[in-house]
Write a protein that binds this ligand. Sequence first.
Ligand SMILES: NC(=O)c1ccc[n+]([C@@H]2O[C@H](COP(=O)([O-])OP(=O)(O)OC[C@H]3O[C@@H](n4cnc5c(N)ncnc54)[C@H](OP(=O)(O)O)[C@@H]3O)[C@@H](O)[C@H]2O)c1
Length: 345
Amino acid sequence: MSPRGPAGPRAARAPALVMGAGAVGCWIGGCLQADGTPVTFVGRPRVLDALRAHGLTLTDLEGGTRSVPPAALTLRDSLQGIAPPALVLLCVKSGATASAATELAHALPPGTPVVSMQNGLSNAAAAQAAAPALSVRPGMVPFNIAELAPGHYHRGTTGVLAAQDHPLLREWQPRFAQAGVPLQLHSDLAPLQWGKLLLNLNNAVNALSGLPLRAQLLQREYRLCMAALIDEALAALRVAGITPAKLTPLPPAALPAALRLPTALFRLLASRMLRIDAKARTSMADDLVHGRSTEIDALCGEVVRLARRHGTAAPVNERISELVRSWPSDPRPRSGAELRAALGL
Ligand SMILES: NC(=O)c1ccc[n+]([C@@H]2O[C@H](COP(=O)([O-])OP(=O)(O)OC[C@H]3O[C@@H](n4cnc5c(N)ncnc54)[C@H](OP(=O)(O)O)[C@@H]3O)[C@@H](O)[C@H]2O)c1
């Protein structure tokens, strides 16, 4: 798949560990493993059994396919007796960060580098607090990964992985690039994390719509909801003096107006700036369907807290958080008009 480069002979490659083998962990870890970096996947029986049975298949919206056979996968349901990795990719959902980091702290030598590949703003700090002896850095995954079938993970959008700069991560950059997941390093990741969070505000809209991402974004009523959530976040960021990074061809401040365009115009604009295939869906949608707790508090909740810290409010983000939390007692997809009404728009 990828050219040999400066990362050295395959046999000498230092191992990586994915903590939380799910969509993101199987995708990024799978790309590294497919390129010859030994990766240990630590995860739950549901995922590990599928990998044992089917191996790992990675597809993407450019039409690429890679696969790793079961025999080439190192799968563990705990960290017990694990060989110390050179790099840990922390890929659990926000609600599992503290417990996963505590497990890592008990199993790994002090100083082991950990990159949080999670959404939101607070996961790296939460992991560092739970594992003070490890060296945790925030990362940012800009693209969408969906599990299409057991062991089959699909990247349905585009973007470049990012992480906070660290000398060790510079050493890993050629390996990530060779594996087809280039990693950009930044001295301050917070603007990128906020830029990503603005886009992730749609996760709640998408989850409540019950639709795949592309189909949901092509309905204006849903886009009006997303625009209102982003408006509030931009207002809170302005008051806080934070400038979010631009992760799409449009600057963050222009996103709400673009989302409010009539669908024919939005479709035209999106065809030039957004690549989302019909298979992409958000992990929050999966969480609601499977009755798992969601990351709503790490996404819309982060906006609510930022607004409050600066003496303002983010009522639309508060309301949609409530709707997501109340899904188990009222598990019914909302039409765009129903969602707008429920958000008071
Ligand atoms: N999917 C995407 O498109 C995407 C894109 C960008 C960023 N992200 C972010 O990446 C993070 C991971 O998302 P994801 O979609 O990959 O989640 P996921 O598919 O749910 O994968 C996480 C896996 O880790 C498992 N896990 C939790 N605690 C564990 C532990 N202590 N030991 C072993 N396994 C553990 C989970 O099991 P349980 O279900 O039992 O907890 C789950 O199977 C989130 O912060 C998400 O927002 C996701």
